[in-house]
Design a protein around this ligand. Structure first.
Ligand code: F2R
Ligand code: MG
Ligand code: MG
Ligand code: MG
Length: 304
């Protein structure tokens, strides 16, 4: 089996939280940004992260406590972790408040969008599954779509999550960009996502992965839906996989829109490819705890 290192597991989670915390000031409109200026730091001056990191930690804690994906346990952890000040998506917030009030998660999950959400909320936490199942590809694929069900049962919400998990997996295993895109393409069924993946592949084959944020946003999107954000994040991670984190982050900020989430997903992939030493060491909420969770996700893959 290929050699993996705990450093890269921690870096994947820290990259996710860093992209989230550094991107959060740019998400939303004037009011959201003004609010974040007021609550975007802890009393100790650390940058706070949002729902993206909170739900990723809930998922990691559930997997580690149960030893496998347990949707009832996960649903109750998501509900406990919910706090308005983390800026949850509107649909997800409603579902989690219902579960918090005692409603069965299976009922709650269908209470907002009858087909389930196609937001990027399942994709933003999918890197955790790539880490937990780093040595079991088929289990990873299965658990990723299952884990989306509580909040995102829409096919696009699920497929976005699968593509993000696959991209993290590919970078953790140090696949080339061409091989990573081939892997993604072979697991992409929805024509809307497949079309964007085709664009990315042509773009990468041409050796011209570089273009302006404006052009990329026009092609791939910068929205809150899985369809308009997951491939943007994958593009950013692949383009900047050998560049400093700060350059990747600057590009994500220039793309605008759902910056915290696009940067969280790209940051997770970047961290999985680069390890901790290249991550910026700014004051981040619960940094050492996040690193610790990354180590535990590594340990579960390395039976003594
Ligand atoms: N919520 C935020 N940011 C608030 C700033 C947004 C700003 N005011 C604005 O409106 O532009 N960030 C967090 O939410 C995103 C993750 O969202 P998640 O968990 O996927 O939420 P939700 O509510 O399920 O989906 C997001 C929106 O997409 C639309 N939508 C989804 N499925 C739909 C469906 N089946 N039918 C119709 N609409 C659907 C809805 O508008 C949802 O509210 C991340 O950015 C995270 O950072
Ligand atoms: Mg967020
Ligand atoms: Mg298997
Ligand atoms: Mg967001």
């Amino acid at each position: 089996a290929m050699k993996l290192s705990s450093d890269y597991f921690s870096a994947c989670l820290l990259g996710l939280a860093s992209g989230d915390a550094l991107g959060a000031p740019y998400e939303g409109g004037f009011l959201e940004q003004a609010l974040w200026r007021a609550i975007g730091r802890t009393r100790a001056g650390e940058r706070r992260w949002t729902d993206d990191t909170r739900m990723s930690l809930d998922l990691a804690e559930s997997l580690l406590a149960r030893g496998e994906l347990d949707l009832a346990d996960l649903a109750s952890r998501f509900a406990k972790g919910y706090a308005w000040s983390r800026g949850y998506g509107q649909g997800t917030a409603k579902i989690l408040k219902r579960i918090k009030r005692g409603q069965d998660w299976q009922l709650a999950s269908r209470s907002v969008f009858s087909q389930g959400s196609y937001g990027n909320g399942a994709a933003m936490r999918a890197p955790v599954i790539a880490l937990f199942y780093a040595r079991d590809f088929s289990a990873m694929l299965h658990a990723t779509s299952e884990s989306a069900r509580i909040t995102h049962s829409h096919p696009l919400g699920i497929e976005g999550a699968v593509l993000v998990a696959l991209a993290c997996y590919a970078l953790l295993h140090q696949l080339s960009t061409a091989d990573a895109l081939t892997l993604l393409t072979s697991h992409c069924a929805d024509p809307r996502l497949a079309g964007k993946l085709d664009f990315l592949q042509c773009f990468s084959n041409s050796g011209k992965l570089a273009d302006t944020p404006r052009f990329i946003v026009g092609k791939l999107g910068n929205g809150m839906t899985a369809e308009t954000s997951c491939l943007t994040a994958i593009y950013i991670a692949l383009r900047f996989r050998h560049s400093p984190f700060e350059e990747m982050m600057a590009f994500a900020i220039d793309c605008g829109g759902d910056v915290d989430t696009i940067a969280a997903m790209a940051g997770a992939m970047w961290g999985a490819a680069n390890g901790e030493k290249r991550l910026p060491p700014f004051l981040l909420e619960k940094r050492s705890y996040i690193r610790h969770i990354g180590q535990l996700l590594f340990d579960i893959n390395e039976p003594a």
